[in-house]
Design a binder for this molecule. Sequence first.
Ligand code: GAR
Length: 206
Amino acid sequence: MKNLGILLSGRGSNFEAIADNVASGTLDAHIAVVISNRADAAGIESARRRGLNALVIPSKGKVREEHDREVVAALRERQVDLICLAGYMRLLSPWFVQQFPNRILNIHPALLPAFPGLEAQKQAFDYGVKVSGCTVHFVDENLDQGAILVQKVVPVLDTDDDHTLAARILEQEHIAYSEAIRMVLEEKYAISGRKVVKKQESSCST
Ligand code: GAR
């Protein structure tokens, strides 16, 4: 079974959705470690309650790569196969990214390449788009730019404010992340340039 490492900084609802799918068996993986760069992240408390291996590796006041080296050491110690950034509000150094080529995923609450960076749902809402959504992508050296695995579209309603929109996007995030993790763990994709192409199931039955 493949080992997941989850990195988070806050609420942790994406982590919880992944953990629920692992617990119910709809995601065939093991959560080897959950790491937060903030001691006060609700997600790390939730990981502890679930009896998971939960670590706080504080980033405050540390040079980026120094902190990244501590995180990578913890991930290697637990033999993590795939790293999932789940509301991890910290840029990874190029060194970190190079340690795990095509083995780090991120979820972003907008349809990339639109609205990268912080407060993406508010950026989209304020811009006046009619649809937004979420994106799960591979992490490369550039912020929110890696190859896209899964996107889900969410309509923007006339009655929305940025909070109601963010809540509906979040529901789709919880579905999209496990879908993308499954694709990667089952190696059901091929990368061609920037494109991640889903491999078709074999229809051969004999
Ligand atoms: C999620 O909406 C995630 O897409 C976003 O932070 C939130 C974390 O929520 N990530 C980013 O904006 C990364 N650029 P959660 O802690 O409940 O999973």
